[in-house]
Write a new protein. Structure first.
Length: 87
């Protein structure tokens, strides 16, 4: 995981982290709804618990995005690293 340049990572400002958190929150809500919805709603969808499966898919998607952001962080260069910062 060694990189050639110094600097700090984008961290919470990385767009992958924002996307993962949104998908994670919506996924957890759908999983909870999938467990508490009545059987009549499941029967309307041909016996498939759509909320549960969609929620699980969204949670897995969020986990992949978090893993991607942790394994390959975006490095933000400091002012002295090739930037054209005015003095």
């Amino acid at each position: 995981m060694a990189s050639g340049g110094s600097g700090h990572s984008a961290g919470a400002f990385d767009i992958r982290t924002v996307i993962a958190s949104l998908f994670g929150i919506y996924g957890v809500v759908l999983v909870v709804l999938g467990f508490i919805q009545p059987q009549a709603e499941i029967d309307k969808a041909a016996g498939l618990n759509i909320n549960l499966w969609a929620g699980l898919g969204m949670v897995v998607f969020a986990a992949v995005f978090v893993l991607w952001a942790r394994l390959r962080p975006i490095k933000v260069p400091t002012d002295g690293e090739g930037g054209t910062a005015a003095e």
